[in-house]
Design a protein around this ligand. Structure first.
Ligand SMILES: [Zn+2]
Length: 170
């Protein structure tokens, strides 16, 4: 059993690692519903006392990831995508997005882009990218997204928010 705290809402969690499905990349926090990357399970051990034992809801995998390219102000980070709406922006005390990126890139807004993952008619998934009215806009494959514009992501598409480059991996 691993004890940890949800990095977003700080609720105490206990994880039975023997019950985690093989290949799982993240699970949903039962309290704040944000997705916690499984790699945190190995590093974020904490003393228990107030921890609750919770049933984990594994997030369906195979829906692609967004890889944050490392540069001077940012380490490489992987954002696991799941069905529904995912918001991404610069991590801060007030960011409140689904996936806060750890970066010193101040040109990235606290809530910069949204990706909505929806089932299509063929049983696959489509990924819809839009800009969250960010101050410095979003480059999608070298073109600025217009206000309200929504594009469908394809494997290896590049998204630039602030100075930071993200890549979609289907
Ligand atoms: Zn949480």
């Amino acid at each position: 059993m691993i004890s940890l705290k949800c990095p977003y809402c700080q609720v105490g969690l206990k994880v039975d690692e023997t019950k985690l499905p093989e290949g799982i990349k993240s699970f949903k926090c039962p309290k704040c519903k944000k997705s916690i990357p499984v790699s945190l399970l190995n590093t974020e051990e904490s003393g228990d006392n107030t921890s609750d034992t919770v049933l984990l809801t594994p997030i369906k995998t195979g829906l692609g990831v967004i890889v944050v390219t490392a540069d001077a102000g940012t380490t490489e980070q992987t954002i696991p995508l799941h069905e529904g709406l995912i918001t991404i922006g610069r991590k801060s005390a007030t960011s409140g997005v689904t996936f806060p990126i750890e970066t010193t890139d101040k040109l990235m807004s606290r809530s910069h882009i949204s990706i909505e993952v929806k089932k299509d008619l063929k049983g696959g998934y489509k990924h819809y990218l839009s800009d969250n009215n960010s101050k410095n806009r979003t480059l999608y494959n070298n073109n600025y997204l217009e206000a309200g514009e929504v594009v469908v992501l394809h494997d290896n598409d590049e998204i630039v928010i602030g100075r930071t480059s993200l890549r979609f991996k289907a």
